[in-house]
Write a protein that binds this ligand. Sequence first.
Ligand SMILES: Nc1ncnc2c1ncn2[C@@H]1O[C@H](COP(=O)(O)OP(=O)(O)O)[C@@H](O)[C@H]1O
Ligand SMILES: N[C@@H](CCOP(=O)(O)O)C(=O)O
Length: 326
Amino acid sequence: MAVYTDVTDEELHAFVAQYDIGSVLAFKGIAEGVENSNFLLHTEAGYFILTLYEKRVNPAELPYFIGLMEHLAAAGISCPTPLANLDSETLGTLAGKPAAICTFLNGMSVRRAKAVHCQGLGNAMAEMHLAGADFTMHRKNALTVDGWRPLFDLSQDRADEVCHGLAAEIERELTVLEERWPRDLPVGEIHADLFTDNVFFLGEELSGIIDFYFACTDAFAYDVAICLNAWCFEADDSFNVTKARALLKGYSSVRPFTAAEFEALPLLARGSALRFLLTRLYDWLSVPEGALVTPKDPMEYLKKLRFHRHVTSARDYGLALGDVVA
Ligand SMILES: Nc1ncnc2c1ncn2[C@@H]1O[C@H](COP(=O)(O)OP(=O)(O)O)[C@@H](O)[C@H]1O
Ligand SMILES: N[C@@H](CCOP(=O)(O)O)C(=O)O
C-alpha cells in the first residue's frame, strides 16, 4: 500500500494547472512502494509520476533529493526528472503535503536478476557516482555506523522475539563495526537503497533508477556493498559470486576501485547488511495492528551478515586486485 493521502479532483486539477503539461486525462494510485504516496498521472503531455511526500521524508531534505535528481538527469543519468511549474518551482503542495511531478521512466524491475543485469547495474551506479561529483548540495547519511546504535536501542529489548540470541549478536557486531569502520574512502552522492525494485530494465538493458529518498553523501563503495547484498544472493540465501563478479566488473570498468576500497569491501558489506537488518527489525516489531503492510524479513539480512563475517578479502566477491584497482 503506498497511497496514504487522498487527493480530490479539484485539488488535482488546480495542482496540475500550475504546470505546462495540459489537462488531466487519467490519474491512479500506485500500489508499490512504502514511503510516499505515488500516482500515475496521464495528461495531454504524456505520463508522469506524482509523488506526495509523507511523514518519513523530512521536508527540509526535499531540496537535496529533488536537486540531486535534476542534476543527475541533466548529466544523462536515466532517473526521474522533477518538472518545474510555471513559477519555475519543482516542489509544490498538494492535499497539505509537499508534492512533485517527475518524468515517467519506462521499464520494469527484475524479479530474478541475472549476471547481465548486475553488470548493467554496476555500470549505471558508477556513472551515477561520477555524475554526482559536481553536485554542490550534501546530505549526511543518517543510516551509517553512527546511526546504528540509536536505531538498535529502539528494538534491542524485543530483538530475541525474532531470533534467540539476536540482541547479543547485533551488539557484538556493532562493537566490531564501530571500531573498524573505514572513514577515509572516496565519498560522493550515493543512492543508498539500490535494491532491485528501484532499478528498471527493458529486457537486459538498464532503463532507469528511481527512489532517491535515501540518497546521501557517503562512501561510493558503501553503495556497491549495498548492491552486493541486494542483488547477489539467491532465494536459498547462497551467495552468487558470478553475479557479484559481474556487478564489480561493471562498476570498475567505469570507475576503478581504489586499493582502500578493495580492502574495505567485506567490512562495508557487513555494515550494509547490519543497516538493513536494523531497519527491518524495527519495522518488523512496529507494525501497527491491522496495517496493510507486509514488513520485510530481518532474518534475510542476518544471514547475509553472517556470510560476510567469514569473507576475508574482496577476492571472495570475485574482484581481482590486479584486474580492477586503479
Ligand atoms: N519515475 C517513475 N517512473 C515510473 N514508475 C515510477 C517512477 N517513480 C515511481 N514509480 C513507480 O512507483 C512505485 C513506488 O515508487 P518508489 O519511489 O519506490 O516509492 P517509495 O519511495 O514509496 O518506496 C515504483 O515501484 C514504480 O512502480
Ligand atoms: N530497500 C529496503 C526498504 C526500503 O524500501 P523502498 O520501497 O523505499 O525501496 C529494504 O529492503 O529493507
